[in-house]
Design a protein around this ligand. Structure first.
Ligand SMILES: Cc1cc2nc3c(=O)[nH]c(=O)nc-3n(C[C@H](O)[C@H](O)[C@H](O)COP(=O)(O)OP(=O)(O)OC[C@H]3O[C@@H](n4cnc5c(N)ncnc54)[C@H](O)[C@@H]3O)c2cc1C
Length: 467
């Protein structure tokens, strides 16, 4: 690797290659804890440099693991001593916002928050948003097709991406940076890289779609006594708010009571006796009429006995206090420690029954176990947090088996947002047919015939990895 790194350093300059303690002090997973094992971290500053580096690595059969903001939650950026990590951290340039076309072209190393700020300054909105916004980069969020809190209204990263530039394993630059919404000129190549988790190419630039800045924002916290009412409430609000519903976050009672605790940190927006709580939000174009419509829709739901109680945020502060309950993942981690976390999708009408089944099996095997459920119900996506007091591989495996077996029987999806990486790899076949996995392997082999890009992520290479 030394000779190769010397050649790479000639391309990047001396600051472009980190070795030894500079590598070990860094992390390659979240939460960051140090201990990156890569042989070196290479930090190109342009697409041309990425291309030249990959040409060399391709010729040498050198494995390359691309690093973005390292906030991914499935071990997709993990490295071993034989890997070179290719970090996009020095590729963080942004072009000016195009306010007419409502687009912005950015390098892949730009953090999401910078895109939010640039859009905001231009009077526009970049709607992809989640807790890791300050660190997660555009490239990493494309490579994981990240979602977040506004998917119900604006879709996932896939829906925000108009054009892409990526470098293939052999150094070929695929530049498809068109800023148009409609483009049916043959295969839509950008789709190959969305959600590919660094296995098909290194994303270097993107054209992102921006939206009009909403002029109104209405937020409520609602209590519901029955899952059927919850599903009806979602449908009713979606219809009554005429396409302006922008968040529908559900918390099962176990999550709400764990986060609220003694009420010291977050107060108690609503009593803790209800089985379900919803944080819902609507954004629109007219402050007064949107507010009236929001209140009216909630009133109707109340009269139809879909909701048991509700509080509407009266100020920006109240809004952020309500969101703080939903976003307090730290309190959840502490309450379950050590938590085993899941990010799954299934159809809404199966959710209640599914959660009950998983809970029954978990409690039967670990009577003291804690389990909390919450998530983006409007997108059919929920998170399960399970604490059994152990992170021994055998125990984690047993929990995973319970969660995924019940999900597989309901044709659910083992990873709604976070991807497969290393951590979900053994369970890919629960959500994908042998034919689908075979086609994934065909695509991987066509784009990366020497298997140098993030080898072993998403697709297992050995029987051992399949277990
Ligand atoms: C607190 C917190 C909250 C989160 N909330 C959400 C949420 O609500 N919704 C959601 O979907 N996700 C969420 N995530 C996870 C989310 O997937 C990641 O935060 C983010 O999308 C990954 O971006 P990153 O730059 O950190 O990528 P990394 O973690 O650096 O990399 C992730 C994967 O992408 C690959 N990759 C990175 N950059 C590139 C590139 N330029 N080209 C090719 N491959 C690349 C890596 O090899 C790796 O496989 C959350 C994470 C945290 C820590």
């Amino acid at each position: 690797m030394n000779t190769l790194l010397e050649k790479i350093q000639q391309i990047t300059g001396p600051n472009g290659v980190l070795r030894g303690a500079d590598v070990a002090d860094r992390s390659d997973s979240w939460p960051p804890m140090g201990g990156c094992q890569a042989g070196a971290i290479v930090r190109p500053s342009s697409t041309v440099q990425v291309s030249e580096i990959l040409k060399l690595c391709h010729a040498a059969g050198q494995p390359v693991v691309t690093h973005g903001g390292l906030t991914g939650l499935v071990g997709g950026a993990k490295t071993g001593p034989g890997d070179i990590a290719l970090s996009l951290e020095r590729m963080n340039a942004m072009e000016a916002v195009d306010t007419v076309n409502r687009t912005v072209t950015v390098e892949a190393g730009v953090p999401l928050q910078k895109v939010h700020e640039a859009a905001d300054e231009a009077g526009l909105l970049f709607p992809l948003d989640f807790g890791a916004r300050g660190s997660a980069m555009v490239g990493g969020s494309i490579a994981t097709n990240a979602g977040g809190n506004s998917v119900i209204r604006y879709g996932m990263m896939r829906e925000q991406l108009l054009g892409i530039e990526a470098v293939l394993a052999d150094g070929t630059v695929i530049s498809s940076l068109k800023g148009v919404i409609k483009n049916n000129t043959g295969y839509d190549l950008k789709q190959l890289f969305i959600g590919s988790e660094g296995t098909l190419g290194v994303i270097t630039r993107a054209v992102l779609r921006l939206r009009p800045q909403p002029r109104s924002q209405n937020t409520a916290f609602v209590a519901i006594d029955d899952f059927n009412q919850l599903a009806k409430f979602l449908k009713a609000m979606d219809a009554a708010l005429g396409g302006t519903l922008s968040a529908f976050e559900v918390m099962w009672n176990d999550f709400y009571t764990l986060i609220i605790g003694d009420g010291e940190k977050h107060g108690k927006p609503l009593g803790t006796e209800h089985p379900f709580y919803v944080l819902l939000e609507s954004t629109g174009g007219h402050e007064e009429s949107d507010g009236l419509r929001f209140e009216g829709a909630l009133q109707e739901a109340f009269e139809a006995e879909l909701i048991a109680d509700a509080v509407i945020a009266q100020s920006k502060q109240q809004r952020s206090d309500l969101w703080a309950v939903r976003d307090d993942i730290e309190a959840m981690v502490q309450g379950l420690f050590p938590p085993i976390a899941f990010d799954i999708s299934l159809s809404i009408h199966q959710m209640d029954d599914y959660v009950r089944e998983v809970r029954t099996h978990i409690q039967k095997r670990w009577p003291l176990a804690k389990m909390v459920v919450f998530g983006h119900l409007g997108d059919g996506n929920i998170h399960l947090g399970i604490g059994i007091g152990s992170m021994e591989a055998e125990d984690v495996h047993a929990v995973e088996h319970i969660v995924y077996e019940a999900l597989g029987r309901r044709a659910g999806v083992i990873s709604a947002e976070h991807g497969i990486g290393l951590e979900k790899r053994a369970y890919l076949s629960h959500s994908r047919s042998p034919e689908e996995i075979a086609l994934m392997r065909t695509i991987k082999a066509a784009l990366d015939p020497k298997n140098i890009l993030n080898p072993g992520k998403i697709l297992a290479e050995t029987d051992q990895e399949r277990k």
